[in-house]
Design a protein around this ligand. Sequence first.
Ligand SMILES: CCCC/C=C\CC(=O)SCCNC(=O)CCNC(=O)[C@H](O)C(C)(C)COP(=O)(O)OP(=O)(O)OC[C@H]1O[C@@H](n2cnc3c(N)ncnc32)[C@H](O)[C@@H]1OP(=O)(O)O
Length: 286
Amino acid sequence: MMSLVTFTRNNALPLLRTSITVRIQLNSASLSSLVRLEEKQGYAVVAMHKPPVNSLSLEMIQALSESLSELEKNKCKGFILTSACPGIFSAGLDIREMYQPTEERLKEFWSSLQTLWLQLYGSKMASVALINGHAPAGGCLLAMCCDSRIMVNGKSKIGLNETKLGIVAPFWFKDTFVNTIGVRQSERALQLGSLFTPDEALKIGLVDRVLPDPEAATAVAESELKEFLQIPAMARYLSKMRIREAALKDLLENREKDLNTFVNFATTDAVQKGLGIYLQSLAKKN
Ligand SMILES: CCCC/C=C\CC(=O)SCCNC(=O)CCNC(=O)[C@H](O)C(C)(C)COP(=O)(O)OP(=O)(O)OC[C@H]1O[C@@H](n2cnc3c(N)ncnc32)[C@H](O)[C@@H]1OP(=O)(O)O
């Protein structure tokens, strides 16, 4: 079914702000509002918009993937990945996708997530994550795929907290983490399921800058992206691949095996029980 992602073009010449709508093929009409794309001078802003917490459901993952493909098709050089939901970058994978799932949807969910990671982590485009809220687990993964991370200070936390849910981050989450913060910090944080405050994240290199408010963070994210964009694109991309290509190759060569491992693990009684309890604890809070 044909669907729409909103794409706003901000033209300097003429001094008019025009809004165009780009038609892209998505799986469901409900994708239309999940990702907001805004074209700026020389780059784009990709804003996740799935209230309340930008959880990464199958539709959200596919909308993000389609948005990146759309940017590539339009020869976009770089983007800022952020959230249009106040206080939340992304709450990570939608736990309801993994709890009591049908096998068919669970497989499509995981396969779509693999595709999004391959696209984002291996992107030729320069990217900056503007982390304007909580970024646990899958939210942290999205941010780590970008070339730079700018976080707004406050109560939000970031990290891979999978063990707290009784689940294990797959090898490509781990590889992304290790490539970002190093082996020792990853080994400790992965086991403990640590979530870091912005200042703690800065200290271990999980984020690159912490700014006091969203406005300051946006300005820094823009200037950071422009710095990346000033480097000759091919040299910058190939240098990034020097660090990332082994991890990308590993998943590309083991996609099917990883999919089966995930499905087998996620559907065990122990994991299902753990996810059920975690979902209840989130609901009880409210
Ligand atoms: C082998 C498996 C490998 C898997 C690899 C990765 C796993 C993941 O990514 S698992 C997801 C991990 N994420 C989390 O642990 C975050 C859980 N959420 C929170 O801690 C809080 O919601 C958060 C701090 C993000 C925001 O807090 P609040 O602003 O106070 O919001 P609420 O907690 O009230 O939540 C609102 C609403 O959203 C539902 N919710 C929250 N997170 C998720 C999620 N990840 N998936 C699905 N639904 C989520 C929450 O239950 C509330 O729902 P209602 O009660 O129906 O309003």
